[in-house]
Design a binder for this molecule. Structure first.
Ligand code: KG4
Ligand code: ZN
Length: 347
């Protein structure tokens, strides 16, 4: 039986499925517009100081059917209306990816509709194009994107929806990973980024100074920050065992300031190098409130137009998966049913 592909581009309903890490998410996009968006967070990992892969995949197995069901209900459509199923093929945790991949393959095959594989990084890149009911402007091609998540810190030159080039990347840890690792040292539950953001609000970001790696060009390095925090704390705790407790908020704010400074320095460098004043900032760390405030000031200072998705579209979601799915659908870019999940999928 041949797969049903519509040869007219109207009433296209794409179901997006995201399961690369610890969030199970499903969303529906109609003709490129978001009509439902469900994310189920796995709270359980916070007790372990990080995502436990085996637990994550078991949670995805529990969540995937109800989450997809809810996304269809919210979209007020039956599954028979779907034009294609888009899913995250990688990169991510293999066990987690397998749940979404297997579900998407089975669902597409049962409905006899096309399957669309999506690179998770591509999905973050297109997150500024998620069309919800809020008025917003979209970045004009070509433009720059800083992608800052838990697993990646990269700069891309984006030429079109399906065409982009990597021009900078971290040599070790990602910015989100730096937030999470420092948080763990400070005794803050996983994921540390949102909590560091919160605790930093009422504190002195100039209380402590941590060194920044000097990396040339558009690459990054964050692994030294965690080590510098660790050595600093060891020294202070010798003098006062309660040092972290007494200074927690100031420590958070000082670390956050250091990470943000590195990111903003590279943004300016990338803008100067490419002579580009349109810059998107995407991925979980782009949800950071102080970072977003800093970008607003940078915008005025350097005459740069920033495109930063709503915080809920910065962290992992399926709206971005369905959005890539929509553009791939328009390009007849479909996956074979034999496709497999890829933990280390690259761009
Ligand atoms: O994009 P994302 O949800 O998942 C990945 O693809 O990795 O990013 C998750 C990362 C985590 O490291 C988390 O701590 C960080 O984004 N993050 C934040 C904030 N919200 C999420 N970091 C700083 N401030 C936040 N508000
Ligand atoms: Zn992500």
């Amino acid at each position: 039986m041949a797969t049903k592909i519509k040869n007219y581009h109207k009433d296209i309903f794409i179901l997006g499925i995201e399961s690369s890490c610890d969030d199970t998410a499903a969303a529906v996009v109609k003709d490129g517009e978001l009509i439902s968006n469900i994310v189920s967070n796995q709270e359980i990992h916070k007790h372990y100081g990080g995502v436990v892969p085996e637990i994550a995949s078991r949670e995805h197995q529990k969540n995937i059917v109800p989450v997809v069901d809810m996304a269809l209900k919210k979209a007020k459509i039956g599954k028979d209306k779907l034009s294609a199923v888009a899913f995250t093929q990688g990169p991510g945790l293999l066990g987690s990816l397998l749940v979404g991949t297997s579900f998407a393959k089975a669902f597409a095959q049962a409905l006899n509709i096309p399957l669309i594989s999506v690179n998770h990084l591509h999905a973050h890149l297109l997150s500024p194009f998620i069309k919800d009911n809020k008025k917003k402007s979209f970045p004009p091609f070509p433009y720059l994107t800083l992608l800052v998540s838990g697993g990646h810190t990269q700069i891309y030159w984006v030429k079109k929806e399906l065409e982009f080039e990597l021009i900078g990347t971290t040599l070790d840890d990602a910015a989100g990973e730096a937030f999470d690792k420092v948080a763990k040292i400070l005794g803050i539950d996983y994921p540390g980024g949102p909590m560091i953001d919160k605790l930093s609000k009422t504190s002195n970001k100039n209380a402590f100074k941590f060194s920044k790696a000097k990396i040339k060009g558009l690459d990054f390095s964050f692994s030294g920050l965690k080590t510098s925090v660790l050595y600093f704390l060891k020294k202070q705790i010798k003098k006062d065992p309660d040092f972290i407790n007494k200074n927690l908020n100031d420590l958070c704010a000082s670390v956050q300031k250091t990470i943000i400074e590195v990111l903003t320095e590279k943004i300016i460098l990338a803008s100067n190098k490419t002579n580009c004043k349109n810059i998107a900032v995407v991925g979980g760390v782009a949800a950071n409130s102080e970072f977003r405030n800093n970008l607003r000031s940078l915008s005025k200072q350097y005459n740069i137009k920033f495109f930063i998705p709503d915080p809920k579209f910065c962290t992992d979601n399926a709206a971005m998966i369905a959005t890539v799915g929509y553009y791939k659908y328009l390009n007849n870019n479909f996956a074979d049913i034999g496709i497999t999940a890829q933990a280390r999928l690259k761009y």
